[in-house]
Design a protein around this ligand. Structure first.
Ligand SMILES: NC(=O)c1ccc[n+]([C@@H]2O[C@H](COP(=O)([O-])OP(=O)(O)OC[C@H]3O[C@@H](n4cnc5c(N)ncnc54)[C@H](O)[C@@H]3O)[C@@H](O)[C@H]2O)c1
Length: 341
């Protein structure tokens, strides 16, 4: 059995679907602070199997212990998604982020140790690279001082896991996600940000749906071809599959990077904000009204992944492209909002 923390969330739910489709039994731990219980129904509709679910806050050590008393014996591995992820909010409320993301991780590692669960896949982020001087970034690219408390929780979490791997049988893989977008082909699960989206693609789809009047492009004077920022947009279904590969690798006990390995999970291709707007139109036929606004503090100019290490060692490569991802995001948005066209 695989424990998936944060499994009703955006990336977690897509990963649960892939795990169930691969024949794994799954138990989800989530406090529903940023997701809805209906996601469990959607997972069941997609896969025909209802994953087990416990509502628990990982930062609450006692509550987590009680849940592990029920499930710990049967678990063979943990995929750990549960975290708060809003960069701006983390600047406003650093302690909330350190408590939630780091206490949660420490409590989880303690419970894993108590039940001798030795395999962990962790959700890290390309934010650990900051604005790298050489692009594309490899896993050897040095990490930089985090721009936000959120980013810092990812760097510290990687270090906490590394320290545990040095002194215990724990084997871990940290996947450094680039920019996850898109939704499951069924359009039954997808990204559902709370409040005003801070990520580009949910803003684009909500603008297309008429929920937002227009998109603001944050800066068109960056030193890139069209002046807008460049990111590596990875389809969430491809990303979900990378977790399966990571679990397989932990099962096989192969490692070239010690007991804690790191993999970039992106497409290897950078796309600008303007490219996203144009590709959305090509994929869906919907034009996105936009205006040019100020740059956002903390936004890096350009980043995309070198994925050769993941291709060689994880046997994983992105199969879906930007157009596929944007089309699926729009289908999800339309399904969620009951838009027929
Ligand atoms: N989406 C991105 O752009 C992105 C990029 C890089 C890394 N990540 C990381 O991937 C992971 C998943 O991200 P997501 O986009 O699916 O986010 P999400 O908010 O949709 O999912 C996270 C889930 O964790 C739950 N959760 C949060 N704190 C919890 C706690 N203390 N106890 C129990 N459950 C808790 C939330 O309710 C939610 O269901 C996070 O760790 C995030 O930092 C996300």
């Amino acid at each position: 059995m695989v424990i998936v923390t944060g499994g009703t969330g955006y990336i977690g739910s897509h990963t649960v679907v892939e795990l169930i489709n691969a024949g794994k039994s799954v138990v989800i731990l989530d406090d529903l602070s940023n997701s809805r219980i209906e996601v469990i129904d959607a997972i069941e509709e997609i896969t025909g199997t209802r994953p087990l679910f416990h509502r628990v806050d990982l930062a609450d050590a006692e509550a987590l212990k009680n849940v592990f008393d029920k499930i710990g014996e049967k678990a063979e591995a943990v995929v750990h998604f549960a975290a708060k992820k809003a960069v701006g909010e983390s600047v406003e409320k650093p302690l909330l982020y350190y408590r939630n993301n780091l206490f949660g991780l420490v409590n989880l590692l303690e419970e894993m140790q108590r039940f001798s669960i030795e395999k962990l896949v962790f959700s890290s982020s390309c934010t650990v690279y900051g604005q790298p001087s050489v692009i594309p970034v490899t896993e050897e690219t040095p990490r930089q001082k985090a721009e936000s408390p959120y980013g810092n929780t990812k760097s510290i979490a990687e270090d906490i896991i590394s320290d545990c791997c040095k002194v215990s049988p724990l084997k871990a893989i940290s996947l450094r996600y680039f920019n996850p977008i898109g939704a499951h082909a069924s359009a039954k699960i997808g990204e559902l940000p709370v409040g005003t989206p801070t990520n580009l693609v949910p803003y684009v789809t909500q603008t297309a749906a008429g929920v937002r009047q227009e998109l603001t492009v944050h800066g068109d004077d960056y030193p890139t071809e069209d002046g807008t920022c460049i990111r590596d947009y990875i389809h969430v279904v491809d990303l979900a599959k990378a977790h399966l590969k990571a679990l397989e690798r932990l099962d096989k006990e192969v490692s070239v990077g010690g007991n804690h390995e790191f993999f970039n999970v992106g497409t290897g291709k950078g796309s600008s904000v303007m490219e996203v707007i144009e590709t959305f139109k090509a994929a869906t036929g919907v034009n996105i009204p936009y205006k040019i606004g100020e740059r956002r503090p903390g936004d890096v100019t350009e980043i995309y992944a070198d994925t050769s290490f993941a291709e060689k060692e994880l046997c994983w490569k992105a199969e879906l492209n930007l157009k596929d991802a944007l089309g699926s995001s729009w289908n999800w948005e339309k399904n969620y909002r009951n838009i027929k066209a």
